[in-house]
Each structure stands twice: as C-alpha cells, then as structure tokens.
Design a protein around this ligand. Structure first.
Ligand SMILES: [Zn+2]
Length: 143
C-alpha cells in the first residue's frame, strides 16, 4: 500500500503511513494530513506557557525601588507641611514622580505629588504675600 502523501510503501492493513503519518484509509485527504503535521509543534507550546505562567504575575506584585520612592515621597510631602518644607516638599514631589512609574502604589504617588505641589504653591504664595510683591487684586479676599 503506497502512501498518497509521501509515496512510501506500507503494510496492507496499515491505517496510517509509517513515514509521514498520513491516513491510508482515505478518510483523511492528504492536504488535511499535511495541515495536521504542521500543527505538530503546537503541543510543545502549552507546557512551556503553563510552566512560566505562575511566574508571570510575580514581578508585578513585587515592591520595587519605585514603590519605596512613592512611600518616601508621600511621607516627605506630609512632613513638609509641618517642618523644613524647603527640602521635604521638593523631595516629596521628586520621589512621588519617580514612584508614579511603579506598579503598586500609583494612588499614593498621585497623592504625594498633589500634596507637595499644593504645599509648595501655598508656601511660595505666603512668601510673596509677605514680601508685598503681589498686587492687591490677587491677594484680597479668600480669608
Ligand atoms: Zn506517507
């Protein structure tokens, strides 16, 4: 019995070709058998995928130096409201911006950025107010 796919001689009672695996019973056309042989590498992919899948979420959940920056930035921003603002607030702004690129603590980074920006704006506003360099239309009202 000659294989219609590759031409190799097989035993008369064979269901599949011993050389290429094509069906010899005629139920499966040669083109479909060729398509099946193309798909042979695919069984090798799922084991690789499932092997690495449990490790994929792990890097996202790890705390990185950016998350540490976020926490330092948030604490610096809060502390800068009460003391030594001229160093703590810019430091809080800088480290919060660095921490914003992290994965775990983005909300805290945004809070740190807003708090430190507000603190710097208010402080500079007070300084300019006491220096009397702001026009009255800007400083009058709002308490
Ligand atoms: Zn064959």
């Amino acid at each position: 019995m000659t294989c219609p796919n590759c031409g190799v001689d097989n035993a008369e009672n064979s269901a599949f070709c011993k050389a290429c695996g094509a069906s010899l019973t005629g139920e499966q056309p040669a083109s479909q058998a060729a398509h099946q042989s193309e798909a042979v590498p695919s069984p090798y992919q799922p084991p690789v995928y499932s092997m690495y899948a449990p490790y994929l979420p792990a890097p996202r959940r790890e705390y990185t130096w950016k998350d540490i920056c976020t926490i330092v930035g948030f604490i610096s921003s809060i502390a800068g409201l009460f003391t030594f603002w001229v160093v703590l607030c810019p430091m809080g702004l800088l480290t919060s911006c660095l921490g914003y690129r992290g994965n775990r603590t983005r909300g805290l980074a945004v809070a740190g950025i807003i708090i430190s920006l507000l603190a710097i704006a208010i402080k500079i506003g007070f300084i300019l107010y006491h220096l009397d360099v702001l026009p009255s239309w800007l400083t009058d009202g709002a308490l």
